[in-house]
Design a protein around this ligand. Structure first.
Ligand code: NAI
Length: 417
């Protein structure tokens, strides 16, 4: 495995907000021992203080990595968001400073898919209204409108990570799957693609939405689309709140066109536990309402801890930026021998040849080079055949790194051996 020009025990890792223990275990597994953990998020001043000598920071959704914090953290070279979203980080500043930001977009796929299966069964059996009635002391024992899910048609809109995982679980429960995706997606198992959103809505006994939040998916499901759905069918949304027009859905439920729904995400969600949740769906017993917990399980947290820690170690150890949300993506092999120079720069013509000239002038023979540019940013990784055993070579490498840093447009340069 590659070593760092800075010994691993000198690399300070700060993990905030009670990140799962799997993150520490994973980083330790990669040889990082200088790990400081904190259960809380910190305000700007305390955060800047905490990050003064940090090389790597891990946060969840409450820590705000603002421009001020990022600029004051002078040693910081990568950020891990141990969650899905990255809005809490000033990504543009991080990019300008040559700091890749990683997250874990798919670690909770299974958790969401499982909840969908549970809710589909709850809806088909009318469990929630019956449970509320029993809580009130009533006894509505009846088989009316209570159905098995076996043989029923599940329509999935958005056949990505969650949609396709749900497809597998639903088929295992005996359901028939139809799906619609704007991209051509390989059907898994016996699932059948539909040519349009309306086509999938029209044939399904229950529809589950798993699309991202894009201009095209805002209010994707409104009165017209609800009208196309089968009478007596159900709708689930655990994707993004703005995908469904909530008032139109409330109307379709009140009229009895839809028998029930399950929503985990909403156009306006409370910011904290103390804020009140407002929605025209409140009080409708046939609607399962959950507080955006589709992906919130201990297993998902453990997966996130592992996945993001692995990406951070991958960048720190070998320079890989695969999975970074604000950076050119460079996938790299582990270099068994030799030295690897990492150079992050403004995307200017001629810069690559200057890097190569500088390294060649230092007497180094280039064995491999990986370049990726994205907009105004370039990232080039250069492997050279050289040894680093003696102090003289190490001094030479450091001096070459300084030469690389003087090339106009350079944002960062470091080397690994
Ligand atoms: P993904 O990116 O793997 O899949 C999304 C799919 O939707 C893609 O195949 C894409 O082509 C498709 N798509 C995009 N626009 C579409 C359109 N207009 N019509 C039909 N298909 C369209 O995403 P993943 O991981 O499956 O997540 C899906 C959604 O679930 C995301 O919005 C994500 O934010 C949300 N999510 C919610 C969680 C929760 O706690 N409730 C947890 C995890 C994810």
């Amino acid at each position: 495995m590659a070593q760092l020009s800075l010994a691993k025990d000198k690399i300070t890792v700060v993990l905030l907000e009670g990140i799962a223990a799997t993150a520490v275990e994973t980083l330790r597994g990669f040889g990082y021992s200088n790990i400081r953990t904190q259960t809380k998020s910190l305000d700007e001043a305390a955060l800047a203080d905490m990050l003064a000598d940090a090389h790597i920071v891990g946060i969840r959704s409450r820590t705000q990595l603002t421009e001020t914090v990022l600029r004051s953290a002078r040693k910081l070279f990568c950020v891990g968001c141990f969650c899905i979203g990255t809005d809490q980080v000033d990504l543009a500043t991080a990019r300008r400073l040559g700091i890749p930001v990683f997250n874990a977009p798919y670690s909770n796929t299974r958790s969401v898919a499982e909840l969908m299966i549970a809710e589909i069964i709850m809806l088909f059996r009318g469990v929630q209204p019956k449970s509320f009635a029993v809580h009130r002391g009533e006894w509505p024992k009846s088989a009316a409108n209570a159905n098995e899910i076996r043989g029923k048609i599940l329509g999935i809109v958005g056949y990505g990570h969650i949609g396709s995982q749900l497809s597998v679980l639903a088929e295992a429960m005996g359901m028939q799957v139809r799906y619609f995706d704007i991209q051509k997606k390989l059907a898994i198992g016996n699932a059948v693609p539909c040519p349009s959103l309306e086509a999938v809505l029209a044939v399904s006994d229950v529809v589950s939405l798993h699309v991202p939040d894009t201009p095209q998916t805002r209010n994707l499901i409104r009165a017209e689309q609800l009208a196309v759905m089968k009478p007596g069918s159900f709708l689930l949304n655990a994707s993004r709140g703005k995908v469904v027009d909530i008032d139109a859905l409330a109307g379709a439920l009140r009229s009895g066109h839809l028998l029930g729904a399950a929503l985990d995400v909403f156009p306006k969600e409370p910011k904290s536990r103390d804020d009140l949740f407002e929605s025209s769906l409140r009080g409708m017993e046939q609607v399962i309402l959950t507080p955006h917990i589709g992906g919130s399980t201990e297993e998902a947290q453990a997966n996130i801890g592992h996945e993001v820690a692995e990406k951070l170690a991958g960048y720190s150890d070998i320079g890989s930026t695969v999975g970074a949300v604000n950076f050119p993506q460079v996938a790299l092999p582990v270099q068994e021998q030799g030295i690897r120079f990492l150079h992050i720069h403004e995307n200017r013509p001629g810069l690559l040849s200057e890097i190569d000239r500088t390294l060649s002038a230092g007497g180094l023979n280039l064995s491999a080079q990986y370049l990726q540019t994205e907009g105004d940013l370039g990232y080039v990784v250069t492997d050279v055949t050289a040894t680093h055993e003696d102090d003289a070579t190490r001094r030479k490498l450091r001096s070459l790194r300084e030469d690389l840093r003087t090339i106009g447009g350079t944002i960062r340069a470091r080397f690994l051996f």
